[in-house]
Design a binder for this molecule. Structure first.
Ligand code: HEC
Length: 141
C-alpha cells in the first residue's frame, strides 16, 4: 500500500463527515444525511422522490380534465415542494391521513378533488426516521 493511499484512507472520512451527525443503523454507522437519503427514496412504501422529485422541490404528477356540475376544469395534480415545510407539518403529514376539517371555497374544485383523493400514502415511520428525512430534505442541494 502506498503512503499516499494510506493518507487518503485516514483523512477522507474526517474530511467528509466533519460537521455531520452520525446515526447507527443495524451495526454500522452512517451519516444522518445518508440515512435520510435512504429513507427518502425507500421509506417502506413508495419513495418520496417519486412524487416530490429527487430535489424535494416538488413536481407535477399529472394534468387532467374534471367535469363538475357541467363545467370543465383543467386540473394539475402537483406534489408540492417540501423543502420549506416546518418540522411539525412534516412529521404530522407523513404518518397521518388528511386533516378532515379542511375547507375549500367553491371555486377550488380541483384543489378539493385532489385533496380528498388522498394522493400521498400514509407511512408508518418512527420519529428518528422522520427526523432523518427532514434533515436530508433541508440539507439537500
Ligand atoms: C404518490 C405521491 C406522493 C408520495 C409518494 C409522497 N407524497 Fe408527500 N405529498 C403528495 C401530495 C400530492 C401532497 C399535497 C397534497 C396533500 O397535502 O395531501 C403531499 C404533501 C406532502 C407534505 C406537506 C407539504 C405542505 O407544505 O403542506 C409533506 C411534508 C410531504 N408530502 C412529505 C412527503 C414525504 C417525506 C414522503 C415520503 C416518506 C412523501 N411525501 C411521499 C404526494 C406524495
Amino acid at each position: 500500500m502506498s503512503r499516499r493511499f494510506i493518507y487518503l484512507f485516514l483523512i477522507t472520512p474526517f474530511f467528509l463527515f466533519a460537521n455531520e451527525p452520525m446515526v447507527k443503523v443495524d451495526n454500522t454507522f452512517i451519516t444522518k444525511y445518508e440515512y435520510g437519503k435512504m429513507l427518502y427514496t425507500n421509506p417502506r412504501g413508495i419513495g418520496c422522490n417519486t412524487c416530490h422529485g429527487n430535489d424535494a422541490k416538488g413536481k407535477k404528477i399529472v394534468s387532467f380534465t374534471h367535469t363538475y356540475r357541467k363545467k370543465q376544469y383543467e386540473c394539475d395534480l402537483v406534489a408540492p415542494s417540501i423543502k420549506e415545510a416546518d418540522y411539525k407539518v412534516f412529521s404530522k403529514k407523513i404518518n397521518s391521513k388528511r386533516n378532515p376539517s379542511k375547507k375549500f371555497p367553491k371555486e377550488q374544485v380541483c384543489e378539493k378533488l385532489i385533496y380528498y383523493a388522498n394522493v400521498m400514502p400514509t407511512y408508518f415511520l418512527v420519529e428518528e426516521e422522520i427526523a432523518a428525512i427532514y434533515y436530508y430534505v433541508k440539507n439537500l442541494k
